[in-house]
Design a protein around this ligand. Structure first.
Ligand code: GLA
Length: 586
């Protein structure tokens, strides 16, 4: 068994100074068959530790659930870190930010408006305790003190940027200790103003989060905490992208120079991200500083390892810097080699509205209900109501994108990003509104807000009540597959696809193999391989390709499904070897 402690200037592993050279890999953003590959490449870059958050809402998608299967098997992930001879840092939130849906907080929790957010409100704390009761045993038995890899445990996340409820932080500390966490606890905050103090407690080790001006930031941290090892708990060596922005990159040499400053100052570091991975399915978060900006599907982050696990120039630049300070393993991973490209056509499709109309409906007597009334907390929802006549239909807010149909015919779209809340309906009939939750805000005061159509719903000033709403359940594509019919030939035999619909195609493969799906000519939706939701695509960019992890592909026949919301100019897509994350600022 080992000990890990905070010394006056160093972290101490078994009493000896230990410099943490950590890289962030979020197990929940990487296919579990690829975990070892990514962890090993971190070790080969010269790192000795892997850091991960824990996303509460993924582990508990509904009240009283706790999943640890597949990509949620945190215990297995930590065991693989140990098997590679590395240490681990666990950051279980309960709030994690991380460009992850709702910052990791489960949306079901906030359907009760009395429940507080990131505070010592009792309803919130009770739910946090329920989560920690099930999570902490996985971590406790994997601490260094019990022969495992875990050396540090984080409390909350950048809490100083949100609040200063010390009772809340103390509750998290007490819960962790009571469960048996005996490695040092720490907090991380941005080194500005009073965030480091607000986000922490006496007795918790304080660390900083930053990506530049490392010398200055470390000085600030040292002023706030005269004793103990310096650590940058999130060295932002890249950044994330939102839809409609350019792709963010950082210069490899400049990032490496910052890393050198950190290491030369004797600081410990966690590279955020070492390998970003992917916001598969509907797991992406969003920003909202007055304008709602959902995060894209790729979480490549311009990290040392690409979304599909290839080393970049930054990887080798970082390895060179680390080698100046510490020994690095002799072997390095190979750079990308080009792979063959292929074209796949969809051949059959099912209209989304028709299939969804067979799903269970929730009929609500009063004002227009939030999407959570369905018991589904992400993705798509179909609202319905009969109207006697047309007029101007307005909502308090649309969260986040709503497509309107009258008797099945499209009449327009409203987008939260554009602040749109009103639409003209030319006549009455069956109104159907297909609403997309484009990702819950993960930073700032809008965490925990409801999705769907937000009232009042007014038709020419009169409130419309008595709506029905359905969840578009995409956990299985069976109902869509069962309804799919051959696509019409079109005059050239090559027409596009009318949305909203789910269309299907098949392709042959030799076996597992990474690739990217390129959807030129398609507008907006989600793509699926063998039923696995790869995430959202959108022609506005910047991202042009979706990562398809190799282990999803089978030897022989495979299925591709595309949920297209609007329409496509083509029935084909391409599998390509390399990502296209769009234009950067240069
Ligand atoms: C902060 C958060 C992280 C992440 C980064 C930006 O540091 O702590 O979870 O959101 O910002 O990528």
């Amino acid at each position: 068994m080992h000990t890990f402690a905070i010394g006056s200037r160093d972290f101490l592993l078994d009493g000896q100074p230990f410099r943490i050279l950590s890289g962030a890999i979020h197990y929940f953003r990487v296919h579990p068959d690829l975990w070892t590959d990514r962890i090993r490449k971190a070790r080969q870059m010269g790192l000795n530790t892997i850091e991960t958050y824990v996303p509460w809402n993924a582990h508990s998608p509904a009240p009283d659930t706790f999943r640890t299967d597949g990509a949620l098997d945190l215990g297995r992930f930590l065991d693989l870190v140990a098997a590679e001879g590395m240490q681990a840092i666990v950051r279980p939130g309960p709030y994690i930010c991380a460009e992850w849906d709702n910052g990791g907080l489960p949306a079901w929790l906030f359907t009760d408006p009395s429940v507080g957010v990131r505070s010592s409100e009792p309803g919130y704390l009770a739910a946090v305790d329920g989560f920690m009761d099930r999570l902490l045993p996985i971590v406790v038995e994997r601490q260094v003190t019990r022969g495992g890899p875990v050396i540090l445990f984080q409390v909350e996340n950048e809490y100083g940027a949100y609040g200063s409820d010390k009772d809340y932080l103390q509750h998290l500390v007490d819960t962790a200790k009571r469960a048996g966490i005996d490695v040092p606890l720490f907090t991380c905050d941005q080194p500005f103003g009073t965030m480091i103090e607000d986000g922490s407690l006496p007795g918790l080790h304080k660390t900083g989060t930053f990506g530049s001006r490392a010398g200055e930031r470390l000085e600030f941290l040292r002023e706030r905490q005269p004793d103990g090892p310096l650590m940058c708990a999130e060295f932002w060596n890249g950044w994330f992208d939102n839809w409609g922005t350019h792709h963010h990159t950082t210069d490899a040499a400049a990032s490496a120079a910052e890393l050198d400053v950190l290491l030369s100052a004797g600081a410990s570091v966690n590279i955020y991200m070492f390998h970003g991975g992917t916001n598969f399915g509907f797991t992406n978060g969003a920003n909202d500083k007055g304008i709602y900006e959902p995060t894209i599907t790729s979480y490549d982050y311009d990290a040392p390892l690409t979304e599909d696990g290839h080393p970049t120039d930054k990887y080798f630049a970082f390895r060179d810097v680390i080698a100046r300070h510490f020994p690095v393993p002799p072997e390095t991973p190979a750079r990308r080699s080009p792979a063959p490209e292929s074209v796949v056509s969809v051949a059959a499709g099912a209209p989304l509205l028709d299939v969804t109309s067979t799903f269970p409906a929730v009929a609500v007597p009063g004002p227009v209900p939030p999407a959570e009334a369905t018991g589904q907390y992400s993705g798509f929802f179909l609202y319905e109501r009969r109207l006697r006549g047309g007029g101007v239909l307005s909502f308090g807010e649309v969260r986040d994108r709503a497509q309107f149909f009258l008797d099945g015919a499209p009449v327009g779209t409203l987008g939260r990003e554009h602040g749109e809340g009103s639409i003209v309906l030319p006549r009455g009939g069956l109104l159907q509104v297909l609403v997309e939750d484009q990702g819950r805000v993960n930073y700032g005061p809008r965490i925990g807000e409801a999705k769907g159509l937000v009232g009042p719903a007014l038709l020419d000033g009169t409130e419309l009540e008595e709506w029905s709403v359905r969840a578009v359940d995409l956990s299985s594509l069976d109902p869509f597959r069962a309804s799919a019919v051959e696509l019409p030939a079109g005059s050239s035999g090559r027409g596009g696809v009318a949305g909203p619909s789910v269309s299907f195609g098949s392709f042959e493969a030799d076996g597992p193999g990474d690739r990217y799906l390129r959807l030129d000519g398609w507008t907006k939706g989600n793509a699926f391989v063998n039923g696995f939701n790869l995430g959202r695509y959108w022609s506005r960019g910047p991202q042009r390709t979706l990562y398809v992890p190799g282990p999803l592909i089978r030897a022989g026949a495979n299925e591709l499904a595309i949920l297209e919301l609007q329409g496509s100019a083509t029935r084909t897509v391409r599998f390509v070897a390399a990502p296209d994350l769009g234009p950067d600022e240069k």
